[in-house]
Design a protein around this ligand. Structure first.
Ligand code: AMP
Length: 415
């Protein structure tokens, strides 16, 4: 028997109310903040991701689903959502529109990870990007939108973590200080961190191993190395966040896993779960558009994992509305009635009334049982006698009360 590939899952009908609930909140929040939807392809040229996410990141080094297609093109299944949006921004000349351009997506993301609760090889993200402005007020708005999104979902007990990791002017000085500091602790680091020290020192700060975390405690902090512009930006951002009454905390170890980030980085985590259960994160990426061949264009974005949101909705017992069940079930007794049932079902559907028609030659009792299981509000029963008299029996499935009604009044009654 085939099974869904490791790290992937089927979203069965009983799970769908959660997905529709989250989707509806996504659409609402995007409308409130003026974001328009964009859908990019599920795969892109591999170079787009190696270039933007960074060669030294876990995603590019270990997690991409990369393949050569039949014409020899190197392609990669989207391992994150920001680079495709930036590619589309450039490809379609969106820099000619009033800036910032605000776009959102909901898309499947593919990463070859070690599957565990809340970590899959295919997952879905809701993300949004505001491209073309470097005002710290925009950072605050993007963070506010993320926070309000979780509020609108009725998710609580979350924490908002904030940091600034500087820009290409000040970061090299900070990285040198980090390397200098860590050089004294190489023996205490895990093997991954030993490599990170050489290739991607920023990631030393968010290693999940306790021995590495201990070393990180006294490491130099990025905010102490910000250049005057980055410092001003970070200060202004914080005062905007205070204005919006957002309960942020500064986390000096927050660096994010992708190389394109500059200045502002932030994450939203469940209070009890720690960094590995992060619901969503984002930040500025002021150099990315230029890196991809455009003019210097500052930008900022955010993305959240839908599966993790749903895990937390369940954990917190947040009720979600059920999806509408079929309104009407049509049952019949006898072959002649069956044809009538088919005509009636088709006619009602054309009028916009949802109908499920019985099939086969089950007893009336079995048909009613099926209607019940499907959650139909009414069952219409047709037998020989009804055909002769131009009527049907209408049964209310909640009260089990039945009445005979003229066929030509049925539609009106069902409405
Ligand atoms: P990232 O692009 O790594 O910043 O991820 C953004 C959000 O997507 C995270 O905060 C998680 O909620 C979610 N996420 C990332 N990777 C996975 C994964 N492998 N499985 C499920 N959700 C994920």
């Amino acid at each position: 028997m085939y099974q869904a590939p490791r790290g992937t899952s089927d979203i069965l009908p009983k799970e769908q109310p959660y997905w529709r609930y989250v989707e509806q909140k996504v659409v609402n929040i995007c409308q409130l903040y003026g974001y328009e939807r964009i859908d990019a392809p599920a795969f892109e040229d591999t170079g787009l991701f190696t270039r933007s996410v960074g060669e030294e990141t876990d995603i590019v080094e270990k997690q991409m689903y990369t393949f050569e297609d039949r014409s020899g093109s190197q392609l990669t299944l989207r391992p994150e959502g920001t680079a495709p949006v930036c590619r589309a921004y450039l490809e379609h000349g969106l820099h000619n529109l009033p800036q910032p351009v605000k776009l959102y997506y909901m898309a499947s993301i593919f990463r070859y990870e070690r599957p565990q609760a809340g970590r899959y090889r295919q997952h879905y993200q809701f993300g949004y990007e505001a491209i073309g402005d470097d005002d710290p007020a925009l950072d605050a708005e993007v963070i506010d939108m993320a926070w309000q999104f979780f509020e609108s979902l009725n998710l609580h007990h979350l924490s908002l973590q904030l940091n600034s990791i500087g820009c290409k002017q000040c970061r090299p000085v900070y990285l040198a200080a980090l390397k200098n500091y860590y050089a004294n602790y190489t023996n205490d680091l895990c093997s991954d961190c030993k490599t990170r020290l050489k290739r991607n020192p920023l990631r030393l700060l968010d290693c999940k191993k306790s021995s590495c975390q201990e070393v990180a405690l006294s490491a130099p902090k990025s905010i102490d190395y910000l250049c005057p512009e980055c410092n001003r930006h970070f200060e202004a951002l914080q005062s905007h966040l205070r204005l919006l009454k957002l309960p942020f905390v500064i986390n000096h170890y927050l660096v994010r896993g992708l190389d394109y980030y500059t200045r502002t980085v932030f994450e939203i985590q469940p209070e009890s779960g720690g960094a590995q259960s992060t619901l969503g994160g984002g930040g500025r990426y002021d150099d990315l558009i230029e890196e991809l061949g455009g003019k210097p264009t500052p930008a900022i974005g955010f993305a959240a994992g839908i599966e993790r949101i749903i895990l937390n909705l369940k954990k917190q017992g947040v009720p979600v509305p059920p999806l509408p069940s079929p309104q009407v079930f049509i049952a019949y007794v006898g072959d002649e009635a069956r044809d009538e049932a088919t005509k009636l079902a088709s006619g009602l559907r054309k009028k916009g009334i949802g109908v499920i028609e019985a099939l086969g030659s089950k007893s009336l009792k079995a048909q009613l049982r099926q209607a019940n299981t499907l959650g139909a509000r009414h069952t219409v029963i047709i037998g020989e006698q009804e055909i002769t008299s131009g009527t049907v029996i209408l049964r209310d499935m909640t009260t089990s009360k039945q009445k005979t009604v003229p066929l030509n009044e049925l539609e009106e009654l069902l409405r």
